[in-house]
Design a protein around this ligand. Structure first.
Ligand SMILES: Cc1cc2nc3c(=O)[nH]c(=O)nc-3n(C[C@H](O)[C@H](O)[C@H](O)COP(=O)(O)OP(=O)(O)OC[C@H]3O[C@@H](n4cnc5c(N)ncnc54)[C@H](O)[C@@H]3O)c2cc1C
Length: 88
């Protein structure tokens, strides 16, 4: 990328890294975002809007891995169930 020189490599696979900006434009002005467009969520994955939850790489956090995304999803799901059961 820096030299703009091209070369061929004999490889079996490739992982594409497309960047770190989450696709959260649709939530701008609705839920609170960081200046990096990450959704701000509590420990229970709730946004600034009660009953609206976020999980995974789109949220503001330090470590982005499959395991942390899955854990976020579990917490968000359980918290959503709890939120709805109190609403009844
Ligand atoms: C190159 C690379 C290598 C990685 N290697 C590892 C690794 O070895 N181990 C590890 O644990 N983690 C790894 N990670 C990180 C891991 O992939 C992520 O942390 C994890 O996938 C996050 O899960 P997620 O569900 O939050 O987001 P994603 O997996 O990104 O899923 C988000 C989904 O939402 C979809 N989407 C986006 N916008 C919309 C929309 N408007 N409407 C509908 N759907 C939409 C996307 O298409 C995507 O399918 C790697 C990441 C990259 C980029």
């Amino acid at each position: 990328m820096k030299t703009h020189e091209f070369s061929e490599m004999n490889i079996d696979g490739v992982f594409i890294l497309i960047g770190y900006i989450p696709n959260t434009e649709m939530f701008e002005g609705i839920v609170e975002l960081t200046n990096r467009k990450e959704i701000i969520a509590t420990r229970d994955m709730e946004t600034n809007i009660p009953g609206v939850f976020a999980a995974g790489d789109c949220t503001a956090k330090k470590y982005r891995q499959v395991t942390t995304a899955v854990a976020d999803g579990t917490i968000a799901g359980l918290a959503a169930v709890e939120y709805l059961s109190y609403k009844k």
